[in-house]
Design a protein around this ligand. Structure first.
Ligand code: SF4
Length: 296
């Protein structure tokens, strides 16, 4: 039996010498000190919206209730949301505000609460979800993250998160360091994915095709990095169940500091994306989406 109140307390304790993400920078965020990710104790959000462009079972008919958090535990040089993720633009809100956002979304009859870039606010999110559930929240909770997740934090999210939506970015640490500034992405993300799968399993949908629970693995194909994509897909097919849902994304566009690397200073070519899609098929993935959200 999960004791979610004690999970909440544990997460807040972890924030006193912050080890919420794998960077474990040790900042005392409970005292308002800034971490490497620039997050403090207060929640900062950039926007909220009813998102209609997520994968079909997530946006489905009425849309997904998205909350975009400011700051990030990674520093990807190609981040399209860099004003939010790297510059920290946004406004401070309280846990109670987050509760109200969720309950308002439920009144709008969206299908889920979609926490985008939630990692550094895991403690506050757990507190808010527990209060919202006591006040009638029934919607599934989505953890829409980068895959660079601390295993101990993930374990404390069991019973809170219904749908994990990680974007697995890299299959080698050299590339991860070059583009996102971390040297241990591969090991960390692989352990994290297995834990996510252990907690929620393969994606389950209701009779209308709306996601209720499970794991969807995203991967953004980067230009000039097709081998990276192939190895990411190989990992998924080798280490996760055969019916795992994969969302292969092609929407890369140069942004932020991507011009620092020649290969990232252009969009993905049609040919590169076709190579990625063909590889996905070669590996016999059964479930998921390619961009434009065509089923394969
Ligand atoms: S979440 Fe932020 S403050 Fe906490 S360990 Fe990671 S980088 Fe540091």
């Amino acid at each position: 039996m999960l004791n979610l109140e004690s999970n909440e307390k544990a997460l807040y304790r972890i924030m006193s010498k912050c080890a919420i993400c794998p960077k474990k920078c040790g900042s005392n965020r409970n005292k308002g000190h800034k971490g490497v990710c620039k997050a403090v104790d207060e929640i900062v959000i950039a926007s909220i919206c009813v998102h209609r462009g997520e994968e079909p079972p997530i946006s489905a008919i009425n849309g997904s209730g998205a909350v975009f958090f400011s700051n990030c535990t990674l520093s990807c040089i190609f981040c399209q949301n860099y004003p939010i993720s790297q510059l920290g633009n946004g406004k401070k809100i309280s846990v109670e505000d987050l509760v109200n956002i969720m309950l308002d979304f439920q009144l709008k009859e969206v299908h889920n609460i979609n926490f985008v870039t939630p990692t550094h606010y895991s403690a506050q999110i757990v507190r808010a979800v527990l209060i919202a559930r006591k006040n009638g929240l029934k919607l599934p909770i989505i953890y829409n993250c980068s895959g660079y997740e601390e295993i101990e934090t993930l374990k404390l999210l069991e019973g809170i998160v219904d749908i994990y939506l990680p974007d697995i970015k890299y299959s080698n640490n050299e590339t991860a360091y070059k583009y996102s500034g971390v040297k241990d992405y591969v090991e960390i993300s692989r352990v994290a994915l297995k834990e996510m799968n252990k907690q929620v399993g393969t994606l389950k949908v209701d009779d209308k095709g709306v996601a209720r629970k499970g794991l969807i693995v995203r991967h953004l194909v980067l230009p000039g990095n097709i081998e990276n994509t192939k190895k990411v897909l190989e990992f998924v097919v080798r280490e996760l169940p055969k019916d795992t849902f994969v969302s292969l994304m092609s929407q890369y566009q140069p942004a932020y500091k991507s011009n620092s690397f020649k290969e990232l200073s252009r969009s993905l070519s049609k040919e590169e994306y076709e190579v990625a899609v063909n590889y996905l098929r070669l590996l016999n993935f059964r479930n998921g989406w390619i961009q434009n959200l065509y089923n394969f």
